[in-house]
Design a protein around this ligand. Structure first.
Ligand code: GLU
Length: 298
């Protein structure tokens, strides 16, 4: 019998942010990821997405490792920690800057809020992204070079945003992502990154962003199969666009159902009573967790 070449094995990853306790929603995500990884004969990686170093902490990491072991997961070492790799994200920012696809955006949140309010008072709806956040105005993209230079010389704080129209032109459309099902089926899905407007790729305080670091890391770690919640499904459009712009491989995606609270909202890390830590302290077992998230074995 021939064994698969290890190089050809699919690579899966679970990528929590250590800024709170894992809850039942994470348990579903981690276990679904792990189950699919085993079905596909893959390698399993863990990554801590801790670019927001102020909100993340080693104590949360420790608790997450403990909870994930308790759930029965095993992963390859070393665990990648994003805060150890800011240079990798900077290299990607430099590539996009060299291509002329980023611009400094100087408006504060308050400035944007005031503009949105004024437009609403005139009876004009302001466009929003798939997460419901208002799109950034065109102003900074349209600044004259001398105005931009003056703002930079005055050391005005700024974020770096992707010029979406130019990016789409460079990438070429239509853009597709690969999707895979638990039955092994695969399909291509058309994506529309324009819905996100000029996304932030590097923040003022942190010189990267979720969208940028996630695509860079998935490529550097050789991730081939991404399993994550449906709440992140719209973001896949931006991730595919960035992969094309940065010349990175295209992983396949699977977005799983979410666990909602009684009010129909996605569980959050502040929903303490569903945290694995408090459930464990209350004597809940692994099979109780499986039952609570609708994954009990037949
Ligand atoms: N770090 C993200 C989260 O905790 C997951 C990112 C991803 O799976 O792409 O929601």
């Amino acid at each position: 019998m021939a064994f698969a070449d290890p190089v050809d094995r699919p690579v899966f990853r679970f990528a929590p942010s250590p800024n709170g306790d894992l809850h039942l929603g994470h348990a579903l995500s981690a276990l679904e990821n792990y189950r699919l990884c085993q079905t596909f004969g893959g390698r399993f990686l863990l990554r801590f997405e801790d670019i927001d170093v102020e909100r993340c902490s080693p104590a949360f990491e420790e608790q997450m490792l403990d909870d994930l072991h308790w759930l029965g997961l095993e992963w390859e070492e070393p665990v990648r920690r994003q805060s150890d790799h800011f240079d990798d994200y900077q290299a990607a920012i430099d590539t996009l800057t060299d291509e002329g696809l980023l611009y400094p955006a100087f408006l504060s949140r308050g400035d944007v809020k005031r503009m949105v309010r004024a437009s609403q008072e005139r009876g004009e709806a302001w466009p929003r992204d798939p997460d419901g956040a208002v799109l950034y105005p065109d102003i900074c993209r349209l600044l004259e070079p001398h105005e931009r230079t003056a703002n930079l010389a005055a050391e005005m704080p700024y974020t770096l945003r992707l010029n979406m129209n130019d990016a789409l032109e460079v990438a070429g459309t239509p853009i597709y992502s690969s999707r895979f099902g638990s039955d092994g089926g695969a399909e291509e899905q058309a994506e529309n990154p324009a819905l996100w407007g000029d996304v932030v790729l590097a923040r003022k305080d942190i010189h990267t962003s979720y969208h940028l670091s996630v695509v860079v890391d998935d490529a550097l770690q050789g991730v081939t199969h991404i399993v994550r919640g449906q709440d992140l499904e719209p973001a896949t459009a931006v991730h595919r666009l960035l992969q094309i712009l940065l010349g990175l491989p295209a992983p396949a995606y699977h977005h799983h159902r979410l666990i909602l609270d009684e009010d129909g909202r996605k569980l959050s890390k502040s929903a303490g009573d569903t945290s694995l830590r408090s459930l464990r302290q209350a004597g809940v077992t692994q099979s109780d967790v499986l039952r609570m998230i609708g994954m009990e074995q037949a």
